[in-house]
Design a protein around this ligand. Structure first.
Ligand SMILES: NC(=O)c1ccc[n+]([C@@H]2O[C@H](COP(=O)([O-])OP(=O)(O)OC[C@H]3O[C@@H](n4cnc5c(N)ncnc54)[C@H](OP(=O)(O)O)[C@@H]3O)[C@@H](O)[C@H]2O)c1
Length: 332
């Protein structure tokens, strides 16, 4: 069968906000897999904030994408041809297939979908990389104890939604921060957060004081800047900050932490972490998260863009908060 591939490659590096002109679509024939390889048709592509860092010239925590190269990305696909001993035609797989319709793989880093009873997309969201990120930040750094207050920024998003629900499962008070009334209502009514503050409605200090009357014990930080500073004004002695992301600075804005003094006097532990540093913890975390999803203890929501052609626009929108829950692209 002759198939045509469509890929999204990095055309230029963004200066500030990403634009559609930073991407280019390239069509190319699909190569047949060689001995030891398999060909995957990409069904679902995950769009994630870390991809913004890969577009920059300098090194982030992972290698940059070179100009003219396919944009990196986790995806779920179907094996359409295999000369690999471990994967058979028709199987669904999870891997770093990138922003394209077809990918040839040597099987490295590929995984069969762990549980066919759950929707395919859950492995890109609540039981996939974002969920594992929430799990790791809380378990390794946040260490929430029952009765404590956990604040989560970007609370309705892929990572934040799971972080808040895990905090609730641990018996904590979960306070979200999100952009807009709809996202906050969703966090409280659907996800079970005890409160959620709309940072777009005005300064968050007053609402945060009301929502976290006993102060903040754990901060699961996805945003940085003003939001982190406001949370630091409410930290309790011995608080932990799991520094997961700083999305308010990904376009290059300076986002200083002003309340450093409060870290000192409160003996706060602030630690950054990268989910890919502990691949050993992924299988157990994924199993646990999938169990929570299957039992209805972890709920999630998805924003689905239709067709690979819509990936750049959806990615740009996600960085601006136009997504509501996990941002995906339905590729085929
Ligand atoms: N450390 C790791 O290993 C790791 C792994 C995965 C993800 N992360 C980080 O986790 C964070 C969340 O990622 P995600 O995949 O779950 O994305 P997401 O929350 O589903 O989507 C991004 C959200 O960020 C919020 N946002 C964007 N710009 C903002 C700004 N200037 N101020 C406040 N909020 C802003 C928007 O929500 P609102 O509409 O609510 O503003 C937007 O919907 C990101 O910082 C990401 O880099 C880290």
């Amino acid at each position: 069968v002759s198939r045509n591939n469509l890929k999204v490659v990095l055309a230029s590096r963004p200066a500030g906000a990403v634009g559609e002109s930073n991407f280019r679509f390239v069509e190319a024939p699909v190569a047949d897999p060689r001995e030891g390889e398999l060909l995957v048709r990409v069904d679902w592509l995950s769009l994630d904030p870390y991809m913004r860092g890969r577009m920059n010239e300098g090194k982030s925590y992972a290698a940059r994408v070179e100009l003219g190269e396919v944009m990196v990305g986790g995806a779920v696909g179907t094996v359409v041809a295999s000369r690999h001993p471990k994967f058979a035609e028709g199987e669904k797989v999870l891997g770093a297939f990138g922003w394209q319709r077809y990918a040839v793989s040597d099987g490295q880093g590929l995984m069969r979908l762990p549980d066919p009873r759950l929707p395919d997309t859950v492995w890109l969201g609540a039981a996939g990389m974002p969920g594992v990120t929430a799990w790791m930040g809380l378990r390794l750094i946040g260490e929430p104890k029952a009765g404590e207050t956990v604040v989560v920024s970007a609370a309705s998003g892929a990572v934040g939604s799971v972080a808040g629900q895990l905090a609730r499962i641990a018996g904590c008070r979960a306070v979200g921060i999100a952009g807009g009334r709809a996202k906050c209502d969703y966090a409280v009514k659907e996800l079970g957060f005890d409160a959620c503050i709309d940072y777009k409605a005005g300064p968050i200090d007053g609402p945060l004081k009301a929502a976290a009357p006993s102060g903040v014990d754990v901060c699961f930080e996805n945003v940085g800047g003003e939001i982190l500073d406001a949370v630091l004004r409410r930290v309790n002695p011995g608080a932990r900050v799991a520094l997961c992301g700083l999305i308010s600075g990904y376009d290059g804005a300076d986002i200083p932490i002003r309340n450093v003094f409060l870290l000192l006097v409160n003996r706060v532990r602030l630690q950054g972490f990268i989910v890919s540093d502990r691949m050993d913890l992924w299988p157990g975390a994924m199993t646990e998260l999938a169990g929570h999803v299957a039992a209805g203890r972890i709920k999630y929501r998805e924003s689905i863009a239709q067709g690979l052609e819509s990936a750049p626009r959806a990615f740009i929108g996600m960085l601006k908060g136009e997504n509501f829950g996990k941002q995906l692209v339905k590729v085929s």
